[in-house]
Write a protein that binds this ligand. Sequence first.
Ligand SMILES: [Zn+2]
Ligand SMILES: [Zn+2]
Length: 332
Amino acid sequence: MRAWILDKQEKIEDMPLRLEEIPTPDPSDHEIRIKINACGICRTDIHIAEGDLPLKKTPLILGHEIVGIVDKIGKNVKAFKTGDRAGVAWLNHACGSCKFCLSNKENLCPQSTFTGWSADGGYAEYTVLDGNFAFHLAENLSFEEIAPLLCPGIAGYRSLKLTETKKGEIVGLYGFGPTASYVLQVAKHLGLEVFVITRSQKNRDAARELGADWTGTYEDKPPALLDAGIIFPPAGNLVEFALSQLDSNGRLILAPVYMTPIEIKDYNHIWLERSIKSLAHISREDGREFLKIAAEIKIKTEIETFPFEKLADILPLVKHGKIKGNAVIKIA
Ligand SMILES: [Zn+2]
Ligand SMILES: [Zn+2]
């Protein structure tokens, strides 16, 4: 099969990935093999390629927003049959027996492996993984539409779950990119009131169109205190600001993987049982719940599709924010 291989971390502009012919993997007894149709590009791929995250295996195939069709299964696989549509996200495997796995927190399993980081990912024509860690995909969304749902979509959904908001409560979204657009659509479906706080007029208009109840800039005062907030940009200086807009018992979720330093100068902003929680990885339950809702509401995505052979040219464009919405590589 053809696969984009990374074996040395370098600036993405120096093209650290090369397209090679390698043996097609064969599934073991508990694994499925997926003939990959498309794979979304995530900024995490660039962080791994450039060395912001350590290299966990070499050579490595990046890519963790995989969609395709099961073409071969191991003899012990029960969850899939050949011909099924299947998706693979960031969580590639978890141990199943640690205290986190046993308490419905497999996203925190210290033994877990991650697609396109510690296990080979989707910038290839085929991939294999434990059949219990792949997702069944609805028929009413295209492969290209589903691809970005597998990372920003599921992660955004988990951040919304972490807010513990109930129908009628108000959640504020700070920053409005593709991830927030998925959260907004699901939050409205769940009966929440959604405020979107973002600098860009264009993004405020987009949020309005997708059903936001109120939009404003960081200078505007929301019409009510928020029950919860989610911060999407890695800007630590937003934390105290967002806390100051929360009601008593308000929950603030930090969605980014890293953040600039956080400083809380006024204790009043966190007093009255307000809390801060970060988001880390995703669980299979998050994926199953989110993909079901996404298909039910036929979630709107903004994607740009590129041919497999062009991947190395597209990664720098993603890095520099030159792509509108989510970039998806079409493989088959
Ligand atoms: Zn990702
Ligand atoms: Zn575990």
